[in-house]
Design a binder for this molecule. Structure first.
Ligand SMILES: [Zn+2]
Length: 273
C-alpha cells in the first residue's frame, strides 16, 4: 500500500454503489466483458446505443430506473470511497498547480462510484465498458470491480494500479477542458490515450515527490498500463495483433507514455498529436 495518508486533499466523489441497476448486476458475463472492454479500454465517450442496450439488459428494460436505498456497506464513506476521493483530490492539486502556472483556473472533475450501471450525461455508464470519462458532465465513472478483470488480463489490482487508472481518466478531463480531446480516427484515439497515460505519469511524479510511493510500487502502474495495451488485449482475446485497429496503443507505447510524464512531470513531454 502506498502512503496515501500523506495526501490531504479530497476530490468530489459521489457514491452510487448498490443503487438501482447496480443491484441487478451481472448480465453479460466474462466474454462480453472482455470484448466490450477491448472496444473501450479506459475510454472516453461511450457509444450511447451500446450503453442503453446493456443498461436495459441489466434493468430488465427500464434503464431510467435507479432508485432505492443504498446498502449499509456503502454508506458513510467506506475505505474505497476515501481512497478514490484522496487520489482524485491529489490530481486536483497536481493540475491546479500546472494550470495556474499558465495563468489558468483548473475546473475539477467529479467521480461517480457505481455497480452494474448508472445514468450519465453520455447516455449512461455500465461496468462492462470499464472506467471511463464522460466529457458532457465532466465526470469519471468507476466500478472498482473492474480491477478484478484487469488482474485477469495480467495487470495489477493493487492500489497504485487503481490510482493510475483514475489519473488516466483525469487526463481525459484535462484534455476536455483544454480542447485536446480528439478520438475520431484510430490514430487520433491512440494519440489521445497515450497523452492521458502521460498525464497520469505527471500526476504520479507529483505524488512521488510527496513520498507517497514505497520502493518499486510504481511498477504496479506500469504493469497496469502494459496489461491494457491493444496488442496484449488482442492476444488475450484470441485476436490477431493488428496495429491498424488499435485505439489505445500497444503495451510498450502505454508504458513509455506513462514514463514520459513520470520522468519530470512536464506537460511538454506529453505531445502526441
Ligand atoms: Zn483513456
Amino acid at each position: 500500500m502506498a502512503l496515501w495518508d500523506k495526501l490531504g486533499s479530497v476530490g468530489n466523489v459521489e457514491d452510487r454503489r448498490g443503487l438501482g441497476a447496480g443491484a441487478i448486476g451481472g448480465g453479460l458475463g466474462i466474454a462480453g466483458v472482455v470484448i466490450t472492454l477491448a472496444l473501450n479500454y479506459f475510454g472516453i465517450a461511450v457509444d450511447p446505443s451500446l450503453v442503453t442496450n446493456t443498461l436495459n439488459q441489466l434493468t430488465g428494460g427500464d434503464a431510467s430506473q435507479q432508485t432505492g436505498v443504498q446498502p449499509e456497506e456503502f454508506r458513510g464513506q467506506d475505505d474505497y470511497e476515501k481512497f478514490a476521493a484522496t487520489v482524485l483530490g491529489s490530481t486536483n492539486d497536481t493540475w491546479r498547480d500546472i494550470f495556474s502556472q499558465n495563468g489558468e483556473t483548473y475546473q475539477e472533475p467529479k467521480l461517480v462510484l457505481f455497480r452494474g450501471g448508472t445514468q450519465s450525461a453520455c447516455g449512461g455508464a455500465v461496468s462492462q465498458v470499464g472506467p471511463h470519462y464522460c466529457p458532457a458532465d465532466s465526470t469519471i465513472y468507476l466500478d472498482e470491480t473492474f480491477f478484478e478483470e484487469l488482474k485477469a488480463l495480467g495487470g495489477s489490482s493493487e492500489d497504485v494500479a487503481q490510482a493510475y487508472v483514475i489519473a488516466h481518466e483525469v487526463g481525459h478531463h484535462v484534455q476536455n477542458i483544454s480542447g485536446q480531446l480528439a478520438s475520431g480516427t484510430n490514430e487520433e484515439s491512440v494519440a489521445t490515450e497515450l497523452q492521458a497515460d502521460c498525464y497520469a505519469g505527471i500526476w504520479a511524479y507529483s505524488v512521488k515527490r510527496l513520498g507517497v510511493f514505497e520502493e518499486n510500487e510504481i511498477q504496479e502502474a506500469l504493469d497496469a498500463a502494459a496489461a491494457v495495451g491493444d496488442d496484449r488485449i488482442q492476444k488475450q482475446t484470441g485476436q490477431r495483433v493488428n496495429p491498424e485497429s488499435w485505439t489505445h496503443g500497444s503495451s510498450e507505447q502505454r508504458v513509455a507514455a506513462f514514463k514520459a510524464g513520470y520522468a519530470n512531470g512536464s506537460v511538454s513531454s506529453c505531445q502526441y498529436n
